[in-house]
Design a protein around this ligand. Sequence first.
Ligand SMILES: [Cu+2]
Length: 170
Amino acid sequence: MNHSSPYSRTLAVLLISGFAAAALTAAPTSSFAPAPSSPAAAFSSTGQTVAVKSEIVFTPIPKAGKKYDIDADTYLIYEFNEKPKMGTAFLKIQIFNRKSDKITPFTIFGRSDMPSMRGAHDSGSVEFKLNKKNDYLMPVNIVMPGDWEVRITIQKDGKPVYYGSITFDV
Ligand SMILES: [Cu+2]
């Protein structure tokens, strides 16, 4: 590679300057139009992906044993098998239609962590398992006293239909 060519020097300067939006619009495009456009596209698509992820809002579902609407026809009730303490707690979610029949056309994923030290005990995405009573169950490993959260994502036909946040103290 010829490092002294005007092309590579200009490109290097552009790369180093980080392709900030202002720099991009100010950059001369006549001599090498394709070069600046592809990195810029990569930047903007990465930015969009991050933005979409951070926009997910997990609706607080504060009370065990209460009904929370998933949509007009469906609601959920959650509870723990016992008051969460150090060790493994089992989170149970039941989903009902308006006739109060328990239904199971969903896939539920849970992710537990401590909000005050986000990432320290992140369980990763855990799929709830159906038991014989058609309850969805997830084991939650409580490894430390303090504030805990389980973020749940309910999917139907592979698409998320509900995001909820269950918080509790141990
Ligand atoms: Cu902790």
